[in-house]
Design a protein around this ligand. Structure first.
Ligand SMILES: [Ca+2]
Ligand SMILES: [Ca+2]
Length: 603
């Protein structure tokens, strides 16, 4: 079956498989949204995983760890029980119960655990996504490590650093740099990955860095999909230093300084990994992302080979410059001259001169069928594009001279609305400029997005691009609007009451399961008041009503709240409640209980 509509017009994709990525045979496409998904299931017949439960408040490191009741207290102890430096034959599932894991209870380095496809190491927030809160994680030389549903926050260092790892899955995980970006009082990078392979980031929320929210250096194979990547001073994300074979799709990039996403940038030669020693980025597919509210470009290529940037939507981008850039990468030698010389001898592109800086060209860059819409009052400061003019690399750098960014550069089918009709194109290469003017719609027709103020950046129903090419096989649907954290709100009751409050209503912001009476705590003053005899009902799994509350007839200050943990309340995506919620009132007098709840049937 072949679709003929542009991908961004597709609203409800059929439940079917599309071709899996060729790079990783175990990748399947998630039926729900057609984004690729790492298949972490072990092969049939693999031994059952060892279970290690961790409870940061009630656990005890002398416990066996095999159940919630026998949980250990520290993650350091759980991690210690995973054999180091051996290929595992039995997997480990470390179940993190809800709570805050202090630095003193977490490994300083998560090091040298070698999981395998049939015996991986899982770190799982067992009480729901976001319920297990961790400080920084520094992970080195780990394989088949799957991080599921954690909430990792830090005000310093890199919040999550993966160094020399392979087959790492980050799913449903929040990684958050805390602090102030303008004053650099915030981590440099939120997620930093270097010299690693097979890295999969799915449905994560990654934010808070003065440099990048996501920084990939020499990362080969993997994907970043369905994630929110935001709040950074420089590019929200780049993949550089000989990063290769990555799919970046269905993400939302926003609130960034230098720009949204770029393939390539600048790297110290010695940090690259053979044989990816020439371009900054190889084989990067950047499709169906939304980029909005970036001061610099929405996306760019800086030293890339075989780069596809297609069907992305850019909104409110480029306020300090331009909306799309095609520039040089750069290559320095940052001090390890022996390594730089060795890479030059292998044919790598660069320099062995500390302080030197060589231009890394582009080849085969395609920028196709993107929508760029800057609404009225918002315009890129200087021009539409920035396409660099040729440069001359140093003799001995191995870089072909002149170095060009526009070798087989295609810019087609893009629908741009940004600034006045005479806003400069920003392309000095005459033939390319003519080709771009002919093959794109620039300030001729205004796009109409569905509802950007509410986070829906897809084209409004019935709106069709005047220029999008039909040449590309459609790939993915647009990312869905970001879903807010799972919240609940009690219906307000009067601050003071002279009659008992016997009915209370709580409404979630989406359907949930697992809401039971024992999830609530009713307090009179500091004492627990009984909910015995109360009933809880719902018709839509969104609004829940508790009736026949019998213990509220005594004078006092009442509060009803959810238990902090262990409620088992989750939404369809297994997200747990984000914040505590309560409702309070004051009962001004004591009345007899019998009047409250016994509905008398009289004839
Ligand atoms: Ca960086
Ligand atoms: Ca429950």
């Amino acid at each position: 079956m072949r679709r003929t509509l542009p991908a961004w017009k597709l609203t409800a994709p059929a439940r079917r498989l599309v071709s899996p990525e060729t790079l990783e045979s175990r990748l399947a496409c998630a039926a729900q949204n057609l984004l690729p998904s790492f298949d972490m299931s072990p092969p049939a017949g693999a031994p059952a995983f060892n279970q290690i439960w961790v409870d940061p408040s009630a656990g005890n490191d002398a416990n066996g760890g095999g159940s919630r009741a026998l949980a250990v207290r520290t993650l350091s102890e759980a991690w210690r029980r995973v054999p180091i430096n051996v290929d595992l034959s039995t997997g480990f599932q470390i179940n993190l119960t809800a709570g805050t894991y202090p630095e003193s209870a977490v490994p300083i380095y998560w090091e040298s655990r070698h999981g395998t496809q049939s015996a991986p190491v899982l770190l799982k927030a067992i009480d729901g996504n976001g319920t297990a809160r961790l400080p920084n994680m520094n992970v080195y030389d780990c394989r088949h490590l799957y991080i599921l549903g954690l909430d990792i926050s830090s005000g310093g260092g890199d919040v999550l650093h993966l160094d020399s790892c392979s087959n790492v899955l980050l799913r449903d995980t929040t990684i958050r740099g805390l602090g102030d970006i303008p004053s650099y009082a915030v981590p440099q990078e939120t997620l930093k990955v270097n010299q690693s392979k097979y890295i999969y980031v799915e449905h994560c929320d990654i934010s808070g860095a003065w440099d990048n929210a996501v920084d990939f250096v020499a990362v080969q194979y993997g994907h970043v999909v369905g994630s929110r990547i935001h709040r950074s001073g420089d590019w929200a994300m780049y993949a550089k230093g000989g990063s290769a074979s990555l799919t970046v799709a269905g993400n939302e990039f926003y609130d960034a300084g230098t720009g949204g996403f770029t393939a390539g940038q600048g790297t110290g030669f010695e940090f690259m990994v053979s044989p990816w020693l020439q371009y900054e980025a190889y084989d990067i597919t950047f499709i169906n992302n939304v980029v909005h509210d970036t001061q610099g470009a929405g996306f760019g290529v800086n030293g890339g080979f075989n780069i596809l940037m297609a069907r992305n939507t850019l909104y409110r981008v480029g306020s300090r410059s331009h909306v799309i850039e095609v520039g040089f990468g750069s290559r320095s030698c940052d001090g390890n001259q022996a390594a730089c010389r060795a890479y030059l001898a292998q044919g790598g592109w660069g320099t062995a001169v500390v302080g030197g800086d060589e231009p890394i060209p582009n080849r085969n860059v395609s920028i196709l069928d993107n929508v760029v819409y800057n609404p009225d009052g918002y315009v890129s400061q200087w021009q539409q594009f920035a396409v660099a003019m040729p440069r001359t690399p140093s003799i001995g750098s191995n870089i072909p001279s002149p170095a060009r960014v526009d070798t087989n550069l295609q810019i087609r089918g893009n629908w741009i609305w940004n600034g006045p009709a005479d806003h400069p194109l920003g392309i000095e290469q005459a033939a390319l400029a003519a080709d771009v003017l002919a093959g794109n719609s620039i300030n001729a027709v205004r796009p109409v997005l569905a509802n950007p103020a509410r986070g829906d950046y897809s084209l409004a129903p019935g709106v069709v691009s005047p220029v999008a090419s039909a040449g590309l096989p459609p790939v993915l649907p647009p990312p869905s609007a970001p879903s807010p954290r799972l919240m609940a709100t009690f219906r307000a009751v009067a601050a003071t009451a002279a009659r008992p409050v016997t009915t209370l209503t709580v409404t979630f912001n989406r359907a949930v399961r697992g809401v039971t009476l024992d999830d609530f705590v009713l307090l009179r003053g500091r004492a627990v008041a009984s909910l015995a005899g109360a009933r809880i009902t719902t018709t839509d799994q969104i609004t829940y009503t508790i009736t026949t509350i019998r213990s509220t007839h005594l004078a006092g200050n009442y509060t009803l709240r959810f238990k902090a943990a262990g409620t088992g309340i989750f939404d369809a995506a297994n997200e747990a409640l984000a914040a505590p919620v309560t409702v309070s009132w004051r009962m001004t007098r004591t009345v007899p209980p019998v009047l409250l709840f016994a509905p008398l049937v009289r004839r």
